[in-house]
Write a protein of this length. Structure first.
Length: 93
């Protein structure tokens, strides 16, 4: 009998503000725009994509497209999504 391997879904584990903040901070440390888009997508999935689309003012399809690795969303779009997710981007020296 073959073993079935399930796909890993990080959104299942993003169940607290602290987990989401740590996940996004670790992702930002990688300095990979596509990884950040995937992470934001995972957080949106954990919070409810329809709700995040509504809060950000984007359509669900537009949100999905913007958070797809390889897309080139505008900074304004990323900020709207982050605001809808309840997270902020900060800079430290």
């Amino acid at each position: 009998m073959k073993e079935k391997i399930l796909a890993f879904d990080p959104s299942v584990y993003l169940d607290s503000e602290e987990a989401i903040a740590e996940y996004l901070n670790v992702t930002l440390e990688e300095n990979d725009p596509d990884l950040l888009l995937a992470a934001l997508s995972n957080v949106a999935k954990a919070r409810g994509v329809s709700q995040i689309a509504r809060k950000s003012g984007l359509g669900r399809e537009s949100l999905d497209k913007a958070l797809t690795p390889g897309s080139k969303p505008r900074f304004e779009t990323i900020m709207k999504v982050m605001h809808a997710l309840g997270v902020k981007l900060s800079v430290h020296a």
